[in-house]
Design a protein around this ligand. Structure first.
Ligand code: HEC
Length: 709
């Protein structure tokens, strides 16, 4: 506390002195509490820098004229394979990062020296092994973060010593934390994920930041009516559900997006898909299913409901509204409006009036086939025929990964543009033959609760799965520029008052574009694919840019689209990189590209029936979520087509059924029988064989199994 006051004074003095050197006037973000000392962008104390979540830096020392001089100041190599995808923080010359299952580290921003490391030692890894932790929060000399196993923790920012730890989940449930907590006043709030891995009702919980005492909790979907509703909002929401929805949990988890509005003293939470995915299973007579796939405004002091806007009434596609929500004041029809902006998975860009929740705009920012348009008066989408795949198999844009996944978009108040990292990728859906009577929810939390047939290998057009950076005009409701990116996965965005946008790419390049035109101005070869989000800050008269480089994270399931870059799970170098003008460091020369040596099991005999069964289990048990669709790994886990373990049934069972590699992040599938793992092996062997044949250039009929069920 004392240290902070002291620092704030120094900042004020520095600002007076340094404005001509390059700290532009602060335009972004209203503030309160910790953020009220708007320091001209000196620090980066929250994921989106300030509470507006704009990912905008007012600094201008690095700008479109000087960015060519940007060079590496230092780098730090992560010691072993672990996800390196989160947004770092910087406060007072110290950078904080979270990697893997919430190992938190502090570094000197100017030298790169490791100051401390805190490992919460997560034993219970759950599905979030594949999802990772996406960020941290800073509050008065403390770093607050979630651990995958559900603990919300506070450590001393100077020493790295634990101050408090609170379990935010229920004993034995399959929820998990993958998002960053958000600080508002002297409170902190966290949600959780898990809307496909168990009968989970989503909720957010607010705690007192100093001691971790629980203040309030808001559930996002109603529970069993026989037990009574927690509040009026839940009673209201229950009228939009049918059947015995509570038995399925319902979903609506708040796994990432929370924005605090200091002007209105409100929180906005973004909720996920319904659980199971298929609407007709969880709510058989229809209904909108509030508050899944919604933005909900809550009173920050009490957690009471204020308004909501639902992007997908009766969601049936895994379209989450959990993407980051950006606050700004925009001139709409010549009148300043306090707005909230989001580009959720479903491909429409939403602008809401955050005072009332009224819809101002909803326009397609990428390829969308599930709906024709959103009616601005009713706020409801007009769905296209068979969008709910009730008439049988159909390919729909976007698919479950979304036109925009969790990597943050950024808003630049100077250009007036929003920079959205997008991916143009459909999903294939079919619910013929699936009904409520036959539906059995899986028990294992690593298993997808879909209630539909999904298949994403054999149906997807060859030209799908491209990604691009889209500069969107939220007032003019149109794309102003668009830069195609290599490969089907991408990093989050940073924009600055130096008329720049920074984004990492799947091919390992960190690129700076001009914010107004999208012209590439600077490129750095990080030697590994980037999924993380850059930040910028000011230390001792210099502007820095830092980013975690590494390839992985939820949604990275399409190995075919990124395989050519060669970011092998075990050999890729995950790093914290920091840049400054005239930085002179360079990375060591990269080792040879990892070769995937596909296994050649001598005892392999084609068996299409068994291979099909294996393929189905591979999808239904979510093996694909880490090892990639079609067993083509994308860097988030080893490529099983090159794993010697697959050639031996008993070794395979030790890993898959008995959990021999659990501590390294490979979950235990205790419910599988050796007959089932035998089918999975057979499937992987067939995929390895196909890859060998393709590699050797022989022609082979694409031995793809039929759509998985
Ligand atoms: C949540 C992510 C995740 C899921 C889901 C998952 N795995 Fe893994 N798996 C991993 C990781 C990470 C490793 C590497 C562990 C290590 O470092 O040794 C691994 C390793 C393995 C290995 C050993 C590979 C080798 O050569 O060392 C096999 C075999 C395997 N997984 C099979 C499966 C099967 C079959 C499924 C589905 C039933 C599955 N995995 C689901 C993450 C996952």
């Amino acid at each position: 506390m004392r240290r902070f006051k002291h620092r704030a004074r120094i900042v004020a003095i520095m600002l007076a002195v340094m404005t001509p050197l390059g700290i532009g006037a602060a335009t972004a973000g209203a503030g309160s509490g910790f953020f009220s000392a708007d320091d001209g962008g000196k620090d980066w104390p929250a994921g989106g820098r300030d509470q507006s979540d704009q990912h905008f830096s007012p600094l201008t020392q690095v700008n479109e004229d000087t960015v060519g001089r940007l060079g590496l100041a230092w780098y730090w190599d992560l010691p072993k394979p672990q996800l390196a995808i989160s947004v770092p923080l910087e406060v007072g010359g110290v950078i904080y990062t979270a990697t893997g299952y919430s190992i938190v580290r502090a570094f000197s921003a100017s030298t790169g020296k490791l100051l401390w490391e805190y490992d919460p030692v997560v034993r219970d890894r759950r599905m979030a092994q594949a999802w990772g932790i996406r960020g941290l929060a800073y509050w008065k000399g403390h770093i607050l973060f979630g651990a995958v196993d559900g603990r919300l923790m506070s450590v001393n920012a100077r020493t790295g010593k634990l101050v408090w730890s609170m379990q935010t989940l229920q004993k034995g449930d399959s929820r998990y934390i993958s998002g960053a907590p958000r600080v508002f006043g002297d409170k902190v709030i966290i949600g959780h994920g898990g809307a496909e891995f168990g009968a989970n009702r989503g909720y957010v919980t607010a705690f007192d930041a100093a001691g971790g005492r629980q203040l309030w909790r808001f559930f996002t979907v109603p529970g069993d009516p026989a037990k009574g509703f927690e509040n009026k909002a839940m009673a209201l929401a229950a009228q939009t559900w049918t059947g015995q929805w509570w038995k399925f949990g319902g979903g609506g988890t708040v796994w990432d997006a929370i924005t605090y509005d200091p002007e209105l003293d409100r929180l906005y939470i973004g909720t996920s898909n319904g659980e199971p995915w298929n609407h007709k299973i969880r709510s058989p007579q229809g209904g909108d299913n509030l508050f899944v796939t919604s933005i909900v405004a809550l009173d920050a002091n009490t957690g009471d409901y204020i308004w909501h806007y639902q992007v997908n009434p009766g969601d049936s596609w895994d379209y989450t509204a959990t993407q980051n929500m950006v606050m700004a004041t925009l001139a709409i029809d010549g009148r300043p409006r306090k707005v909230l902006m989001q580009a959720p998975k479903n491909g429409f860009f939403y602008v809401l009036d955050r005072e009332t929740g009224k819809l101002i705009g909803a326009d397609k920012y990428d390829k969308v086939t599930w709906a024709d348009h959103v009616d601005l008066d009713s706020g409801r989408p007009v769905e296209n025929p068979n969008a709910r795949y009730q008439d049988g198999h159909t390919v729909i844009w976007p698919g479950p990964v979304g036109a925009h996944s969790w990597q943050p978009m950024a808003f630049n108040p100077n250009s007036g543009l929003v920079y959205i990292p997008t991916m143009t990728m459909p999903g294939s859906y079919d619910d013929r033959g699936i009904d409520l009577k036959a539906y059995r929810a899986p028990q294992n939390p690593f298993t997808l609760h879909g209630g539909l047939n999904i298949d994403t290998t054999s149906e997807i057009p060859a030209d799908a799965g491209t990604s691009s950076l889209v500069a969107w005009d939220p007032v003019g409701k149109k794309t102003v520029w668009r830069v195609e990116q290599p490969g089907g996965w991408y990093g989050g965005t940073l924009t600055t008052a130096g008329n720049l946008v920074f984004q990492g790419r799947a091919d390992g390049k960190l690129v700076a574009y001009s914010a107004d035109k999208g012209k590439p101005l600077w490129t750095f070869d990080a030697q590994v694919g980037i999924v993380g989000t850059p930040i910028s800050y000011w230390v001792d008269g210099r502007q820095y840019v830092s980013i975690l480089a590494g390839f992985g994270g939820s949604g990275l399931v399409f190995g075919e689209m990124v395989r050519r870059f060669g970011w092998d799970y075990r050999s890729q170098k995950r790093r914290l990189l920091t840049f400054v003008l005239d930085g002179t460091q360079s990375l060591p020369a990269p080792g040879p590209r990892a070769q995937t040596n596909f296994i050649d099991a001598l005892d392999y005999r084609p068996n299409p029936t068994l291979e099909q069964l294996g393929s189905r289990i591979f999808v239904s048990k979510s093996c694909y979520a880490c090892h990639g669709f079609g067993a083509i790994a994308a860097g988030g886990a080893p490529d099983l087509r090159a794993s010697a373990i697959v050639t031996d049934q008993s070794s395979f069972d030790r890993v898959v059924i008995k959990g021999a590699l659990e501590s390294a992040g490979m979950p235990k599938f205790y419910e599988l029988t050796p007959a089932e793992t035998g089918a999975i092996r057979q499937y992987i062997l067939s995929r390895a064989r196909l890859a060998r044949v393709q590699e050797s250039g022989e022609s082979v009929s694409s031995a793809q199994p039929a759509p998985a069920r």
